[in-house]
Write a protein of this length. Structure first.
Length: 142
């Protein structure tokens, strides 16, 4: 079925979905490889190109490849600055790097930029960071 999708709609959107499915089915290396192979299929400097780098950063982060995640996330931000997803992903990266104070500051930024139902999840993560960096936590986080 995935191959039918790829055959019918070749290009980055279909390959991005296929990469996500590979990740979900336990093949993170295959997912990363598929995204890396298809980065060139998006118009350079486009939002789609930045989105592919953002997905690549998340895959690397989930796989514990922090340096590669940072490089991909910086690449996404260079291509298409200002996406509201960036601060939250930077926060996850800083947390993984053992830098909870920076993660907390980035989550505060994400909460300001991205007010939506996911805010509750961000607030929970913010509480988690605050436990590790108590001197930075505002009083009364709820």
């Amino acid at each position: 079925m995935i191959q039918k999708l790829l055959d019918a709609f070749p290009g980055l959107p279909a390959n991005s979905r296929a990469a996500h499915l590979r990740f979900l089915h336990g093949d993170p290396a295959g997912a990363i490889g598929l995204l890396e192979e298809n980065l060139g299929s998006a118009p350079p400097g486009s939002e789609a190109h930045a989105w592919a780098f953002l997905q690549l950063a998340e895959l690397h982060l989930n796989g514990g490849q922090l340096g590669r995640a940072e490089k991909a996330l910086a690449g996404a931000e260079d291509l298409f600055p200002g996406r509201p997803e960036y601060p939250a992903l930077w926060a996850r990266l800083r947390e993984a790097q053992g830098r909870p104070a920076e993660a907390l500051a980035l989550l505060r930024e994400a909460l300001e930029l991205y007010p939506n139902p996911a805010r509750g999840r961000l607030r929970k993560r913010k509480k988690s960071y605050a436990k590790r960096a108590p001197r930075l936590a505002p009083s009364g986080i709820a």
